[in-house]
Write a protein that binds this ligand. Sequence first.
Ligand code: NAP
Length: 289
Amino acid sequence: MNQLITSNTKLTALLGYPVKQSLSALMHNTAFAYLNLDYIYIPFDIEQEDLQTTVAGLKTLNFTGFNLTMPHKQEIMQYLDEISEEAKLIGAVNTVVKENSRLIGYNTDGKGYIASLKEEKIPVKNQKVVMVGAGGAAKSIAIQLAMEGVEKILLLNRTIEPAEEIANTITQNTRGCGVKVQEFNQNNLQKALKEANILINCTPLGMYSMEDRSIIEDESILRKDLVISDLVYNPAETKLLRQGKNRGCKTINGLGMLIWQGAFAFKLWTGKDMPVDVVREKMLGRQVK
Ligand code: NAP
């Protein structure tokens, strides 16, 4: 971020409701400042009924692009001129780029998640993955995992329908990945973990204000060679990740996904690599330990 904002300053933004908990402005403005780029990132609280007029307004201003968060990731799609293949498949857009007055939508969540695993040297090809939760984050991750060559995905969810919808999208659009769906309960989870390589928590259980909750009731079902990935990043160590550590598992929280999905958006807007280590250092201070 440039200290002096002028008419040349390129604008980027987050549209969501509410946005006060978001770390995206800290992430992007830290990266702009570090690379001395004349850009600024502003979070805006935009209610659902105001999205269309907001987007029309942004189109006329000096915006390079913007991010979308809850509750706008699906609705935004009808206001865009073009949508990338992966965003169409996921059915949601989290990043928009303005190119010659045209708005192009992308989804960087799944790619960001895979990058966070790669950074930790966790392989995905030919792996067996168990995912708990079937919301927006689970959908983008499951589709990306299938595209990256995972062998099997088991989706466990309280409600079967959204999990089935994800499974159908994967089966109809990718090859070679077996997807199954089951109700989320401890019995199904225990059986599934016997042959899994990676367990991913895609529910809010364990996040700030639910710190005493975990998808696992009895940690003895966790094998030492299982990788445990929690999308929650606040607190940095959730109850699930503590349970995994107790059992000797490799554990990874959601901060890497948050940073890498942002890094892909940053690249789309600026053409430059986000200084990921600098950004991470800044964001670590904002997590509940
Ligand atoms: P979402 O669309 O609201 O989906 C939530 C999922 O969690 C649903 O499948 C829901 O099941 C399940 N769930 C909610 N409460 C539950 C409970 N008490 N017991 C069992 N299952 C429960 O949310 P989302 O956007 O996918 O986000 C999910 C989590 O990922 C959140 O904690 C979010 O903060 C985190 N996240 C992290 C990143 C990152 O960059 N690290 C990015 C996106 C999301 P039902 O379908 O049965 O309701």
